[in-house]
Write a protein that binds this ligand. Structure first.
Ligand SMILES: N[C@@H](CCC(=O)N[C@@H](CS)C(=O)NCC(=O)O)C(=O)O
Length: 166
C-alpha cells in the first residue's frame, strides 16, 4: 500500500471508500454510510424499527469489542477486563452465543449490514486465527450467511477480480 494511501486512510487500513469525492473510513461508518445511501437494499432496520438499536449496537460492537478481544486473544495477552474498554474475551463469546441462540441474524430475523461485519469476524476468528471455539451455533450462523445468493455473487465477483473462476 503506497504512503499516499494515508491521505485516504490515516492508518493505512482497508477498507476505505471514496464516493463522489467524499472519503469514508472505518468499517462501521462505511456500513452505515452505504445503508443510508442505498436504503432500497434493506440492509439496515429503519429509524424507528424495533431492531434498529440492536443493529447499531452490534455494528459498533464488532469493531469496539469483538475485534480487539479476538486480537488480544490471538496475541496471547493476559489482561483485566477493567483495564480496557473492550472487556473480557469470555464475556464477548457469551454475549455472541446468547444473542445468536435467540435469533437467526445478529440484529433480528433479517440479515443486515451488521452480519457482514460479524460474519467475517467470526469466520476469521475461527478458521484463520483459531481463537474462537468452533461451536455449532457459530457454524450454523456462518452457514446462514454463506448460503445467501448475494454472498455467492460476491464470492464469484471476488474470484473473477482475483483472476480465478467462481
Ligand atoms: N479500524 C479499521 C480497521 C480495519 C482493519 O483492521 N483492516 C485490516 C484488514 S481487515 C487491515 O487493513 N490490515 C492490513 C494492515 O494493517 O496493514 C476499520 O474498522 O475499518
Amino acid at each position: 500500500m503506497p504512503e499516499s494511501y494515508r491521505d485516504i486512510q490515516p492508518n493505512k487500513k482497508v477498507p476505505a471508500i471514496v464516493d463522489d469525492g467524499t472519503v469514508v473510513t472505518e468499517r462501521a461508518a462505511i456500513c452505515l454510510y452505504l445503508t443510508e445511501k442505498f436504503p432500497e437494499a434493506g440492509l439496515a432496520p429503519a429509524v424507528g424499527d424495533s431492531n434498529r438499536a440492536a443493529f447499531l449496537s452490534w455494528l459498533v460492537y464488532c469493531d469496539s469489542v469483538f475485534d480487539p478481544c479476538v486480537a488480544a486473544r490471538a496475541q496471547g495477552w493476559e489482561y483485566v477486563s477493567n483495564d480496557f474498554s473492550f472487556g473480557a474475551f469470555d464475556d464477548m463469546v457469551r454475549h455472541l452465543e446468547k444473542t445468536l441462540s435467540a435469533r437467526p441474524y445478529i440484529a433480528g430475523d433479517k440479515f443486515t449490514a451488521a452480519d457482514t461485519q460479524l460474519g467475517s469476524g467470526i469466520h476469521f476468528a475461527i478458521n484463520i486465527l483459531g481463537v474462537l471455539p468452533k461451536k455449532q451455533i457459530f457454524e450454523d450462523y456462518l452457514g446462514r450467511l454463506t448460503t445467501r445468493p448475494a454472498f455467492q455473487r460476491f464470492m464469484a465477483k471476488d474470484a473473477a477480480a482475483m483472476g480465478g473462476s467462481a
